[in-house]
Design a protein around this ligand. Structure first.
Ligand code: HEC
Length: 148
């Protein structure tokens, strides 16, 4: 019973403190330190929540006139600041912004633009921060929903 409880606690800790580690990798014990959420972490949560609700709007055919843009993805400070300053991160951030622009300005094929934008979330995460990919995947509009 004790063992059971402590494994639940450590699983919780893994979820809370290792957003960038692969969920398969349970060896990141040194990451279990308290820290404030970084500016980039907060921005990412906002982006996720916004796109999650936009997804529901698109599924319901209720497309907002003005689709939000997130301007500070290039400059927000990440938990490991060097990471978000790297050329790779900056290049992926630009690609993401271009796809967010397309989503905003091209409402005719909005479902397709939306999924292409999600591809760019996934691409950067694949390279830099695989942990949240399981969650981000939920944003994709599925084919069945696209047919509506
Ligand atoms: C240019 C790279 C890049 C792009 C594009 C990107 N992310 Fe992230 N994301 C990161 C990094 C790096 C972190 C880790 C944050 C930190 O280190 O402070 C992160 C963290 C997250 C988190 C975890 C936040 C938490 O609670 O710990 C979520 C969720 C997330 N991103 C969702 C998204 C979504 C949704 C998109 C697309 C709309 C997206 N990301 C696009 C690099 C990116």
């Amino acid at each position: 019973m004790k063992l059971y409880i402590s494994s639940i606690i450590s699983l919780l800790l893994i979820c809370i403190f290792s957003s960038c580690t692969d969920p398969q990798n349970k060896s990141g014990a040194s990451r279990f330190t308290m820290r404030e959420d970084s500016e980039l972490t907060l921005l990412m949560r906002d982006m996720y929540d916004y796109y999650d609700s936009l997804k529901v709007n698109i599924e319901n055919g209720d497309i907002p006139d003005n689709i939000k843009e997130f301007h500070n993805i290039h400059s927000a400070i990440s938990t490991e600041p060097a990471k978000a300053k790297s050329d790779l991160y900056q290049a992926m951030a630009t690609v993401y912004k271009e796809s967010a622009d397309r989503l905003k300005n091209n409402k005719n094929d909005i479902s397709q633009s939306f999924n292409l934008m999600v591809d760019n979330c996934m691409n950067c995460h694949q390279q830099m921060c695989p942990g949240p990919m399981v969650k981000i995947k939920n944003l994709y509009l599925t084919d069945a929903k696209l047919e509506r």
